[in-house]
Design a protein around this ligand. Structure first.
Ligand SMILES: *[C@@H]1O[C@H](CO)[C@@H](O)[C@H](O)[C@H]1NC(C)=O
Ligand SMILES: *[C@@H]1O[C@H](CO)[C@@H](O)[C@H](O)[C@H]1NC(C)=O
Ligand SMILES: *[C@@H]1O[C@H](CO)[C@@H](O)[C@H](O)[C@H]1NC(C)=O
Ligand SMILES: *[C@@H]1O[C@H](CO)[C@@H](O)[C@H](O)[C@H]1NC(C)=O
Ligand SMILES: [Zn+2]
Length: 966
């Protein structure tokens, strides 16, 4: 059947096409022929299976020690280190995967035949599986004169490494083999990783079951035995079985090529998908559902057209149009930017009712949480539009960066995630230039990760990982957000034209293969006309923890810059010899002055004591880190801060939005770290009375509300609130609660930001209006809901300010019957806002029931209750007494469980709380993927305690001199 496969040429680029030429013929042939060849394959595969001797090997649990024993007693030339990594000498080339989920029973049956290339003589093959029952195994020679089956010894399971070993009786020679398994497993409904089932209610209130998958990073092994590491790329031919009729269908990475009704038995349909390009196992995807598609054509290179589709449940199709429109524009943007075509014949997006992360970039079949993808112009807020756009633009960036070229190992995850997290703004800004996305980048990515990275508990972007818990744990802010921030900095100092040219070369060079961080840096360096040593520069940012603050001292026309590591906690000590780079960075220093608005770039080398910038003529003012492109803070002397403050106060528009945002971010962070007097930071806020842009207000809101919460138990609390109320009052009246159709994106954003801030500092008018809108709605029998933009605020502050038990019960009812996932979350947060301990206790109990709150949303529910000051202690008590329930439900491997603790303890500020946390961690020492989160939580709380001790006096005296009594 198959033609000759040439032996692997060493180091050659390009994958081995033609290993399965039948499929190639199929691709070119018409549909009729497709089904014909396909059935032939099918029959052949049945014959094959029948010929295979069925070795039934039941569930063996042999410990790793036995494996070692066995291997050492076998006559193998190279016994591998028994480790989490598979031996490199057996490479998968092609998977024939057959999966038949039984949606009602919640189980699946599968078969896989893997074409492997054995590169050395050996007597065993190791690969991954977890929680599968392997019922049959066969190993056949492939493509020889006479093919034969090998005699195998019993399979050996190595649960610790999620591996198993297929030992052969006689030694295998190098060459190609077919390794086949039959197996079955459970569609695990609660785990929501691997191959799992999900359910939803349709328009007729019938429960509908679907099966779907989520494999990154190490869950493909739960669906089929495989070589589950990103560097083992192979082609895939997938067959899926779905119920016939009732709108059921199957989806996978590639397009369906052939559909056979009544296969494997009456009532079932088998779909065969086209053979894929070479890809990593974590990108494979299988869906059996009754979803329906909305499709539009996108333009590829050379006038090629390909369909982009959004799959949703039947009732939600009209919510898919926004995502589809954006999807087409984004994929075309990337094709144009990278000058490399999207390589698959189709691109699907599917909105999944239960989904563990926001979205997953399965090649050709991107899966999303429903709430992240679907957009209803009538009921969704304008803020949600941003989320939909940026999640699509993130996932589509992976089609090249991650899928076409993949990190060799998870150590370099940041390259995938950092790049996609930067490109998600860049491409979205490209198609929606008036949405202010690059300013938004600062708050959502850089400022957010500055918080984490200013702690001793942070870690370098590049770090060693081996086991599944560690791999899961690096899907964190550092990989995503610090990654995106340093990539943005690099794009800027290399210059965009050169940068994207180099990215394109990198993608072309490693197409269908894997690469490491060093490979990208090398290409960037070769492309850079300024002969920058990109590797040497970037290593200081990616291989050590943290980031610098640059201190500026002025003397005459000279500015003398020095650098030191920035830490949020002023008392934190570190040993600079811990870092290979001594916690010094090679910093691209940029600046603008009153003379030049175009930034000048100069390099501050990590080994230099200081950097001196001298002007021939004096300058009135200078601002470093133009547009906050660099991943560092800047501190000036008080006199310079005064000058900058005056610029803001009198002509804030001289500076860009990003520069204003940068000032607010830095003054508060520096003050909080005792690098700057709080008075200077507070002085800076006075300019906000003139500020009309959403993003500076957004930074101010997060800084001011954080102080507000920390001060809440002190005597300064009410004065502080009053100060903020005065600041926000003018702009509050300007934006108001009425949302107009003609408001632009930035005004819409400004409104919600300002209302949130005003309500949170108890602006009387703001709360009163929220309460009135809330009561009108809750008593309205027609249930006409507030405008989507202000809806969450009305639910939250309305309930908080004016809600009682009766209203809460009405809202709970609305929440229970709500089918729209976004609206449901808003109602859930509203329920969490009531100022009643006993109702909040009831709410937690209700929320543990899947019929009320989906498992995926339970953490958000707990965090929402905990964000309500009345709920904070309740949630803390509940989590501590129900920890085992949480671990059973989600596993210690779950990153959302890991991040629960820091989320609910972030505002603790007493020794008592700190002790409670420590004894809780001592009681449950195994933190799994949450170990770093625990350290982070403890550090946050002790910082809070110190913060109060250090700053509450100081702020009190500033408030006394700036806020009149009444
Ligand atoms: C695996 O097989 C065992 C024994 O036959 C059975 O008890 C178990 O439920 C099976 N597990 C799955 C996931 O099918
Ligand atoms: C849907 O069915 C559930 C019980 O399965 C019932 O409680 C609910 O009222 C039904 N909803 C509608 C809209 O028919
Ligand atoms: C770049 O810097 C690294 C480390 O500092 C050094 O080993 C390497 O030789 C440099 N490369 C070039 C091209 O200068
Ligand atoms: C910038 O400030 C310097 C010093 O005050 C002044 O001499 C110069 O004219 C200013 N430049 C502009 C463009 O205003
Ligand atoms: Zn991603």
């Amino acid at each position: 059947m198959a033609t000759k496969v040439s032996k692997r040429s060493s180091g050659g680029a390009g994958y081995r096409a033609g290993a399965f030429p039948t499929t190639k013929t199929q691709l070119q042939a018409g549909t009729g022929l497709l089904c014909f060849t396909c059935s032939v394959c099918f029959i052949l595969s049945i014959i094959c299976t029948c010929l295979a001797t069925l070795l039934v090997l039941v569930d063996q649990k042999v410990e790793a020690a036995n494996y070692q024993y066995l291997l050492t007693t076998m006559n193998t030339e190279s016994v591998p280190d028994l480790s989490f990594r598979l031996p490199k000498e057996v490479k998968p080339l092609h998977y024939d995967v057959y999966l038949h989920p039984d949606l009602e029973k919640g189980t699946f049956q599968g078969k896989v035949t893997i074409l492997i290339d054995v590169l050395n003589r050996r007597s065993y093959i190791a690969l991954h599986q977890k929680d599968l029952n392997i019922t049959s195994t066969a190993l056949n020679t492939y493509d020889r004169e006479e093919n034969f089956e090998f005699e195998l010894l019993d399979l050996i399971q190595i649960p610790k490494y999620e591996m198993f070993v297929v030992p052969t009786k006689n030694e295998l020679h190098t060459g190609l083999y077919h390794l086949s398994f039959e197996f079955n497993g459970a569609l695990q409904p609660d785990k929501i990783v691997g191959f799992y089932s999900s359910k939803y209610k349709d328009a007729q209130n019938r429960t509908r079951y679907i099966a779907t998958s989520k494999f990154e990073p190490t869950y493909a092994r739960r669906a089929y035995p495989c070589f589950d590491e990103p560097a083992f790329k192979a082609e895939f031919t997938v067959k899926l079985v779905h119920p016939t009729g009732d709108n059921y269908g199957a989806l996978s990475n590639m397009n369906a090529e052939c559909t056979q009704i009544n296969q494997p038995s009456p009532g079932l349909t088998t779909v065969t998908f086209a053979k894929s390009v070479p890809m990593s196992t974590y990108l494979s995807c299988f869906i059996v559902s009754d979803f329906i598609a909305l499709t539009q054509m996108a333009k590829g290179l050379n006038d090629r057209q390909f369909p982009v589709s959004v799959y949703t449940t039947r009732t939600q199709q009209d919510k898919a149009t926004f995502a589809l429109d954006i999807g087409v524009k984004i994929i075309e943007y990337y094709i144009d930017l990278f000058r490399i075509d999207y390589p698959l014949p189709k691109l699907d997006m599917a909105a999944i009712p239960d989904f563990v992360s926001g979205a997953m970039e399965n090649w050709g079949l991107v899966t999303y949480r429903e709430a992240r993808l679907l957009y209803d112009k009538k009921t969704d807020s304008s803020a949600k539009g941003y989320d939909v756009v940026t999640v699509i633009s993130h996932e589509f960036a992976h089609m090249w960066f991650g899928n076409l070229v993949t990190m060799s190992w998870w150590n370099d995850l940041w390259l995938n995630e950092g790049f996609a997290s930067f490109m998600q703004y860049k491409s979205a800004d490209g198609i929606l230039p008036d949405w202010g996305l690059m300013d938004l980048f600062l708050i959502e990515q850089m400022h957010s990760v500055f918080v984490t990275d200013a702690k001793l508990s942070s870690h370098p972007i590049v770090q060693t990982v081996s086991n599944p818990d560690e791999i899961t744990a690096i899907f964190d802010e550092i990989s995503y957000k610090k990654g995106s921030s340093v990539i943005r900095m690099m794009e800027n100092f290399i210059k965009p034209e050169v940068f994207y040219g180099a990215i394109s070369s990198y993608l072309n060079k490693f197409i269908y293969h894997n690469a490491e961080t060093a490979d990208l840096f090398k290409i960037l360096q070769e492309s850079s006309p300024d002969s920058l040593n990109v590797t040497a520069i970037m290593d200081t940012w990616t291989r050590q923890t943290g980031f610098p603050v640059v201190n500026v001292k002025k003397s005459g026309n000279k500015y003398v810059l020095t650098q030191k590591r920035f830490l949020a906690n002023p008392d934190a000590h570190f040993d600079s010899s811990e870092s290979e780079y001594g916690y010094k960075w090679t910093i691209p220093i940029t600046y603008i002055t009153n003379n030049t608005s175009k930034p000048t770039l100069v390099w501050f080398d990590k080994d230099a004591k200081d950097l001196v910038i001298e002007f021939k003529e004096p300058v009135n003012w200078i601002k470093f880190n133009a547009d906050e492109v660099g991943y560092y803070r800047v501190n000036y002397e008080p006199t310079e801060w005064d000058i900058l403050y005056n610029i803001l106060r009198h002509q804030h528009k001289t500076l860009s939005v990003s520069d204003r945002v940068h000032f607010l971010e830095d003054v508060f962070s520096l003050a909080s770290a005792s690098e700057l007097d709080y008075g200077i930071a507070m002085n800076m806020t006075a300019y906000l009375k003139q500020e009309k842009h959403a993003i500076p207000w957004s930074v101010a809101t997060s800084k001011l509300t954080a102080i507000d919460t920390l001060l809440s138990s002190t005597i300064s609390s009410s004065k502080f609130k009053k100060y903020v109320r005065d600041l926000v009052n003018d702009v509050y009246h300007e934006v108001g609660w009425h949302v107009s159709d003609t408001d632009d994106r930035i005004s819409l954003k400004l409104r919600t930001t300002v209302l949130r801030l005003a309500c949170s500092v108890e602006h009387a008018k703001c709360l009163k209006e929220a309460g009135e809108i809330f009561k009108n709605w809750i008593q309205d029998p027609r249930d006409i809901r507030p405008h989507p933009d202000i809806r969450d605020l009305v639910y939250y502050y309305g309930m908080h300010h004016a809600g009682d038990e009766a209203m809460w019960r009405i809202m709970l009812k609305k929440f229970t019957v709500e089918t729209d996932s976004t609206e449901k979350l808003k109602l859930m947060r509203g329920l969490a806002a009531i100022r009643s301990t006993w109702i909040l206790n009831i709410f937690i109990t209700v929320a543990t029931d899947e019929n009320y709150v989906r498992a995926q949303d339970f953490f958000s529910c707990l965090i929402a209750i905990s964000d309500n000051p009345v709920g904070t202690p309740i949630v803390w008590d509940w989590v501590r007494s129900n920890w085992e329930f949480l671990v059973n439900r989600y596993t210690l491997n779950d990153r959302y469980l890991g991040s629960l603790i820091p989320s609910i303890t972030k505002m603790f500020a007493t020794e008592t709380k700190l002790n409670e946390m420590e004894s809780f961690f001592a009681r449950y020492p195994d933190a799994g993927a949450g170990a770093m989160n625990r350290a982070k939580a403890l550090e946050t709380v002790s910082n809070n305690i110190k913060w109060l001790a250090k700053n509450s006096r100081n702020l009190e005296s500033w408030l006394n001199s700036h806020v009149q009594n009444n």
